[in-house]
Design a protein around this ligand. Sequence first.
Ligand code: HAM
Length: 430
Amino acid sequence: LEIKAVRGMHDLLGDEAAKWQYVEARIRSILETFGYSEIRTPVLESAEVFTQAVGDNTDIVEKQMYTVQDRSHPESGKSETLVLRPEATSSVVRAVLEHQLHRAPHPQRLYYVLPMFRYERPQKGRLRQFHQIGAELIQDPSPEADAEMIVLLDTIFRTFGLKDFEIRINSVGSEACRPQYKEALKAYLHPHLEALCEQCKKRYERAPMRILDCKVESCKVIAEKAPRMVDHLDAESKAHFEGVKSRLREARVAFVEDTSIVRGLDYYSRTAFEFTSSLLGAQSALGGGGRYDELASRFGAPAFPAVGWALGFERLIMALQAKDLLSGGVKKPDFYFAPLGEKAFEALYALSIQMKRQGVSVEFSYERDKKLKWLMKQADRSGARFTLLLGEDELAAGSAALKNMSTGEQEKLSLADIEAELKRRACHEA
Ligand code: HAM
């Protein structure tokens, strides 16, 4: 076949889709328990949403955005450049400002489950269309808010029994102390400029902190001895960071301080964190986030405090599968209906439709004249809990046989009240 899905973008089929639904439903339920409500923003946004919010110097804006030229306006002849959302925090802040949610009297807790698009080199754990579940807590400056966010993500991973991850946190300071730190960092890096990789040479002027998380060995060696943001925090940011850490200790959430966490997006201030897992290979981040109190001002709006994270859905599924923690999820039908003969087919066809309309799941094949052996094979394959067998003799006698597929036991049911009997079993043992 010549026509295929776009590189780095995947179809989701059958059992795989069922597992996603299961994982997603559990996460939604935790988010709702923590008081978050869903927000869905459009896939396309004006390019400025990301160029302004995420920052021109980031890989995402420089190299990874899928842009779409909109049709030109019939009168002005102008056309707008649109972008397929590469991340959703910028979209959420755009929506918050547009609907004035930041003016509400209470902090707003929002979550999303959305596809993202980044033009990256596809590899294990790195896709061009991938999915994030994210949460944003708007209008709360307190360290308790940051701690809540980290505890929430920890709760989500642990609910599936996943323990193989580390929480790495850092403070990237605020507008009040970051400029001085950047100067100190540049002064340290200056004599090493020649030894930095080509990309870091470019970062030196515009985004020197990104040099700290460069993966090139020669840059890593230089970064190791660089001055650290945590030692240059002003009193307020320092107190805030200490507050976040002590709340995490109180909640018994283990973390490590990692001064190399600066994140690939440059809208963060104060807390920045990543959840990493050795189960994932090179792309080890299960999720990440932080505080972004200065983001709204990049849209020319008054700033408001906010903190959030996003987890990579495909990476979470990968980690759960690696640990065999995804056995739940695939839904099986309650019943497989097996008709022997034409009259039984007619009766079970009608019954199967009635049952499905009443919320009971039934698998029934429209292939006629099948033998018992074929039917039982199909029943096994379907994973149904019960098989309802109906032959001509039983039909004449007004009864059917119900086989429990896990115990092998068989019982006789009267056709007169068959619907009620099946419903009772479907909900009782679900
Ligand atoms: P991010 O670190 O760019 O943050 O992405 C969050 C997570 O999405 C990553 O930790 C990773 O699990 C997953 N991810 C990123 N890129 C890919 C990819 N190409 N393929 C598969 N998975 C990927 C953000 O997007 C921020 N908006 C998070 C945030 C929310 N900060 C504050 N609020």
